[in-house]
Design a protein around this ligand. Structure first.
Ligand code: F6P
Length: 522
């Protein structure tokens, strides 16, 4: 069954939110905390090893209730249920949206057009497991009989960003295999990547759901040509594997039937790292770690499906985002992980969120008269404190922030970690508290600049009252990363659901592709 078609702006809750926004002068977070000693506890959700503190937002109890009402009035529960049960909610492409089936450990059937998709999911996972074990142990050999030392993932968008981000984020858990990613059609990057590789010991994974993507096919053909400088056509089966739904195109390329990992049209590209698209993750980290990643996502799926909305991490993240996006008219959100391991998280989230919700036509086919997808940007802390945080602290724009941190470091270097986390918490506090004129005045009075107070005072004031969410895990593990990613996937779904748009197609990327092809033909 299709998703319901409810214009959010016509709900009672939207009207109340709008009235609340218009009638209240600025909502002062400091006074909200003063009025309610319990605010932090009340607006913190803890689930397993994951805690979301959303107390530092311009949200009163009344507004929070209206946001929950908005989710109820648009019947979010119905949308969630339809997604998990394989209804064809990607209506414009007539497809189900079942990435959650890829990480389901419930043992229950998931039926799509009367067929239990879990059988194929398990089969593919089993194939990934065996293949991973063979490559990692050295049993799988390249065309001259040598074991594999290097893996090259060739893919773009969802066939690149997820695996690239996870392999980088979890490098602490990596085995001896060296991993490389080629995505851009920029030939220089391809040559830089392969120039030091040995064709005898390199395994190429061509990942393309459609197997028609210009970048991926061009890159794959260039790499094949390079490979054939030292090997024969019949050697391709030893050093090339593919992940795709388009089997005929894969065979045409010369890849052996046994070396193909299937995926399905009910998995969107940007939601596909849980499928065989994650083969490079499994190879780099070992299958057990890949499974832990799936388990983390599965835990978040269960939480998302069952927790009441006011205690539901992805739902709350989405509602807060809607509050700023649609009522404060903020354009952007910043995501700042305080872990260098997560330096690829933002590009991944940009595709997830912006390719999903960058839409301006609702489920009725009408142009929307309200804002939809926001701009996602960010980078790692503490680096950003020496770069763009100036604008977030003292600029003219209101930019909500997600801070992501971990209680423990992986190598146990306490000195560094204590400093890292002090900065992590300090940023969120500073954004919220700011610095008043009086405080800045006193500070200047006590400083060596006491004679320049009149001149410097305006520049030393921080408005404060800037919102942020604080997301903390105990430790960066495959499981916690799985939970984190699934939280953002579901946040994206909830936003698109409430905005009454289709989040699982991406027609907006086609026009540029067509134009590029036209230019190439001229
Ligand atoms: O151009 C957009 C897109 O279709 C993404 O949605 C997708 O992740 C990417 O291209 C790659 O597509 P494919 O896996 O079919 O090569």
């Amino acid at each position: 069954m299709a998703l319901k078609n409810i214009n959010p702006t016509k709900t009672q809750a939207w009207k109340k939110l709008s009235d609340a926004y218009n009638s209240t002068s600025t909502i002062e977070m400091k006074s909200l905390f003063r009025q309610d000693n319990n605010r932090k506890e009340k607006y913190t959700i803890a689930y397993n090893n994951f805690t979301l503190d959303f107390s530092k937002n311009r949200i009163t109890d009344e507004i929070f209730q209206y946001l929950i009402d908005l989710a109820n009035e648009t019947d979010l529960a119905d949308g969630i249920q339809k997604m998990f049960s394989g209804d064809k909610i990607n209506e414009t492409e007539n497809r189900a949206v079942l990435h959650t089936a890829l990480r389901s450990f419930s043992g229950k059937e998931i039926l799509l057009d009367g067929t239990n998709v879990m059988l194929e999911v398990k089969e593919t996972l089993e194939k990934m497991k065996n293949f991973t074990n063979d490559v990692v142990s050295g049993k799988f050999k390249g065309y001259t009989g040598k074991s594999i030392t290097d893996i090259v993932n060739i893919g773009i968008g969802g066939s690149d960003l997820g695996p690239r981000m996870v392999v980088d984020a979890l490098q602490y858990y990596k085995n001896h295999l060296k991993t490389h990613f080629i995505s851009n059609i920029d030939g220089d990057h391809v040559m830089e990547t392969i120039k030091n590789l040995d064709p005898e010991t390199t395994l190429f994974i061509i990942v393309s759901k459609t197997f028609t993507t210009q970048e991926t096919l061009t890159n794959a053909l260039t790499v094949k040509k390079w490979f054939l400088q030292s090997a024969k056509e019949s050697d391709i089966k030893h050093n090339f594997v593919a992940v795709s739904t388009n089997l005929s195109k894969v065979y045409e390329f010369g890849i052996d039937k046994d070396n193909v990992f299937t995926m399905w049209d009910w998995v969107g590209g940007r939601y596909s790292m849980w499928s065989a698209v994650g083969l490079s993750i499994s190879l780099a980290l070992g299958f057990d770690n890949f499974k832990q990643l799936l388990k983390g996502a599965y835990e978040m799926d269960n939480h998302f499906k069952t927790a009441p909305f006011e205690k539901n991490i992805p739902v709350v993240l989405a509602l807060i985002s809607i509050w700023y996006n649609n009522f404060y008219n903020t354009d952007a959100e910043v995501v700042i992980p305080y872990s260098q391991y997560l330096s690829q998280l933002v590009p991944y989230l940009q595709q997830l969120s912006m390719e999903s919700n960058g839409k301006s036509v609702d489920r009725d086919g009408s142009s929307v008269a309200y804002q939809t997808g926001n701009i996602i940007w960010g980078n790692t802390g503490t680096n950003v404190q020496h770069a763009f945080m100036q604008l977030v602290h003292q600029g003219t724009k209101l930019i909500p922030v997600d801070f992501i941190g971990f209680d423990e470091s992986l190598y146990g270097n306490e000195d560094h970690h204590v400093k890292l986390m002090a900065n992590f918490y300090a940023q969120s506090e500073a954004l919220y508290l700011g610095k008043t004129k009086e405080e800045a005045h006193l500070e200047l009075k006590l400083s060596k600049n006491h004679d320049k107070i009149g001149q410097l005072l305006p520049f030393k004031v921080f408005e404060g009252n800037k919102p942020s969410n604080v997301l903390v895990f105990d430790k960066l593990t495959p499981k916690s990363l799985g939970m984190l990613i699934a939280s953002y996937e579901h946040k994206t779904f909830v936003q698109g659901y409430i905005w009454n748009i289709y989040s699982f197609d991406q027609f907006g990327v086609e026009l540029g592709k067509e134009m590029a092809n036209k230019l190439l033909k001229n």
